[in-house]
Write a protein that binds this ligand. Structure first.
Ligand SMILES: NC(=O)c1ccc[n+]([C@@H]2O[C@H](COP(=O)([O-])OP(=O)(O)OC[C@H]3O[C@@H](n4cnc5c(N)ncnc54)[C@H](O)[C@@H]3O)[C@@H](O)[C@H]2O)c1
Ligand SMILES: O=P(O)(O)OC[C@H](O)CO
Length: 333
């Protein structure tokens, strides 16, 4: 039986542990809090993140990273992007040299502008053939409810992506393989920033034309950045690109979309942070995505506007007016 360690008992770590167990794996789920681990093991529920959802018997929660890592073919990482480096430094010594490291995260590191797979490689010394990412339209609560969804598992080594695909394929979760790790990671990280923009527009009371325009131009700037970084354009038309962008920008379950709505309704950043219980990656990653864009000489006007509104206190209406008054351009340039 395939053994997997999942690090992070938040929404997605718990939901993906459920997927792996439903696919027949034996799963160790690592979390920081002993009382939550105990609660998951005894009640088969994670009441803090996925209340009402049943965690299968194939998942055992623990706070012991050595126990979690024992015999794991896959080590799945599901903590906030900005803490991954520090967390992984603690877990790495207990991971075997042939364990495949799988990132579920959709963020870019502040300061370094590194993608999560780059952080994983740096901290563990693993080569790209041992690092995979999973990304797609996968709102945790819908997956935990076993609603049908597709996703992408990407690794430079396609045979590793196929192994991971087999490990997490269930009747309700359909993973496709890809070798474009850069494109899948960028699709996941930048859609959170665009979801903030769409949420802000929703919160301002704007309608579906505005939403569709932001989604489409958001995808255009994501693709521009991706191409400058060596990604495959097709990835952005796929599940990790357009698929995730549409899900996140449409769903009331999305933390990034909801965060944007609150800002658009006039809450301050501090007020919005205070009412957000879970990780909204775009709030920090909008700055690192903009950093990446500047490093690669790519224009990302929507991302820039989100940074202005979220971090520099620009009123949403001013940001929107500035976006609309940019010089006229051909659609494709
Ligand atoms: N929730 C989703 O629907 C979903 C879907 C796909 C991808 N993701 C991505 O997965 C990643 C994790 O998100 P999530 O939804 O599980 O977040 P979450 O906020 O639900 O859970 C985060 C988990 O990390 C833990 N954590 C927080 N700070 C920590 C620290 N300093 N050290 C160790 N652990 C810490 C929390 O206790 C919690 O268990 C994010 O990058 C997110 O973008 C989320
Ligand atoms: O809740 P969000 O905004 O982090 O989005 C969750 C997932 O990434 C959707 O695929």
């Amino acid at each position: 039986m395939t053994r997997c360690a999942v690090y992070g008992t938040g929404s997605w770590g718990t939901a993906f542990a459920m997927v792996l167990a439903d696919a027949g794996c034996e799963v160790s789920l690592w979390g920081r809090r002993a009382e939550l681990a105990e609660r998951i093991n005894t009640t088969r529920e994670n009441p803090d993140y996925l209340p009402g959802m049943t965690v299968p018997e194939g998942v055992t929660a623990t706070t012991d990273p050595v126990l979690a890592a024992r015999g794991a073919e896959f080590a799945v990482l599901a903590v906030p992007s900005q803490t991954l480096r520090a967390n992984l430094a603690q877990w790495a010594p207990s991971l075997a040299g042939d364990t495949v490291l799988v990132s579920l995260m959709k963020g870019v590191e502040l300061g370094t502008a590194k993608r999560m797979s780059e952080v994983v490689q740096e901290v563990t010394g693993a080569g790209p053939e041992r690092v995979a990412v999973l990304s797609g339209p996968n709102l945790a609560r819908e997956i935990a409810a076993r609603q049908p969804a597709a996703s992408v598992v990407a690794c430079r080594d396609e045979s590793v992506a196929r192994r991971l695909q087999a490990a997490c394929h269930t009747p309700y979760f359909r993973p496709y393989t890809n070798t474009d790790v850069v494109g899948c990671e960028l699709g996941g990280a930048v859609k959170n920033v665009i979801a903030l923009a769409v949420g802000i527009a929703d919160g301002m009371g704007l309608g579906d034309n505005t939403k569709a325009s932001l989604i489409t131009r958001g995808l255009a700037e994501t693709t521009r950045l991706g191409l400058a970084m060596g990604a495959d354009a097709h990835t952005f038309a796929g599940l990790a690109g357009l698929g995730d962008l549409v899900a996140t920008c449409s769903s009331p379950l999305s933390r990034n979309h909801t965060f944007g709505i609150n800002l658009g309704r006039g809450m301050t950043l501090q007020e919005t942070v205070a009412v957000t219980r879970q990780t909204a990656e775009g709030v920090k990653s909008c700055e690192s995505v903009l950093d990446l864009a500047r490093r690669h000489g790519v224009e990302m006007p929507i991302t820039e506007t989100v940074v202005d509104i979220v971090h520099d206190g620009k009123p949403p209406m001013v940001g929107l007016k500035e976006l609309m008054s940019r010089s006229a351009k051909p659609e494709r340039h």
